[in-house]
Write a protein that binds this ligand. Structure first.
Ligand code: G3H
Ligand code: ZN
Length: 284
């Protein structure tokens, strides 16, 4: 069943667990994630970046693909179809018009007031259509030439002000997290996270959660994270298996065999994350 993320994230916040958001790249990726989450009876957010939407042929293609897989595979868990890091109102509108049930407007690279302005535009369009809205403040992914983290961390006051002015349903703060591979030991500011959680009282989202160990994830959930985004960990697991398969089967050219050689690796990561986030058996 396709739903927005509002009730799922509220329950997760109340009961101290997190809803997984996995990025999808193609038919197989989507299928394996859905199968693993169905086996776990875990709700799931299928996250689609703008570049993944381009790659797959647009938002309408993805909506039809996901709807058809839900029917074809008899998926009974709640599934959210979510635009990840939508950079503009136009991108969010396109996804919503195509049938997405949730969007992230990420105008965090703009000055704070402009981020607020762009987010309000999306909230106005999305909220009376029953679409959940996530936004981001601060900046992730910044490192100087010595690999020092130079990200702009979010503050509890700006988070409160942002949520008050925009009325978003969930918020992704910058607390030392980073997309992709961390160089060295990831250092998340849990005290800051806890203060932001107290000041906004809405579900918080952890981006860049690949590479974070069990203890870090559990602490983040304890401090108020209700949605956790995973992309790189799945890509790494899939790529390793497929590279090995190709190396051991150099004569193989059937794409179904090559792509699906990474199936179990994807499902294994999803099962592990679902257990770690404690989203298993939360489908009802
Ligand atoms: O929006 C997607 C993510 O934040 C995923 O980050 O690739 O580090 O897991 P990751
Ligand atoms: Zn992200």
């Amino acid at each position: 069943m396709l739903v927005n993320s509002n009730e799922l994230l509220k329950s997760a916040l109340k009961d101290n667990y997190a809803i997984p958001a996995y990025n999808i790249n193609n038919l197989e990726w989507t299928r394996y994630i859905l199968e693993a989450c169905e086996e776990d009876k875990s709700p799931v957010i299928l996250a689609v970046s703008e570049s993944a939407a381009d790659y797959m042929g647009g938002y309408k293609v993805i909506y039809s693909l996901v709807k058809s897989l839900l029917d074809g595979l008899n998926i009974s868990i709640p599934v959210v179809l979510h635009l990840d890091h939508g950079k503009s109102f136009e991108a969010c509108k396109k996804a919503i018009d195509a049938g997405f049930t949730s969007v992230m407007i990420d105008a965090s690279s703009k000055p704070f007031e402009e981020n607020i302005g762009e987010t309000i535009k999306v909230v106005k369009y999305a909220s009376n259509r029953g679409i959940s809205i996530e936004a981001e403040i601060g900046s992730l992914n910044k490192e100087d030439s010595n690999d020092n983290n130079t990200s702009i961390y979010s503050t509890p006051d700006e988070a409160k002000d942002f949520v008050f002015q925009t009325n978003v349903n969930s918020l992704a703060p910058a607390i030392g997290n980073k997309h992709g591979l961390y160089k060295g030991e990831p250092k998340l500011d849990y005290e800051l996270l806890g203060s932001i959680c107290k000041s906004v009282k809405i579900p918080l989202v952890l981006h860049g959660a690949s590479g974070l160990d069990e203890n870090k994830i559990k602490t983040a959930i304890f401090c108020g994270i209700s949605k956790i985004n995973i992309n790189t960990d799945i890509q790494l697991a899939w790529a390793e298996k497929v590279k090995n398969y190709i190396a051991s089967n150099p004569e193989e050219y059937d794409p179904r065999k090559i792509i699906s050689s990474g199936k179990n690796a994807i499902k294994k990561v999803v099962h592990e994350k679902n257990r770690l986030f404690d989203s298993v058996n939360r489908a009802n």
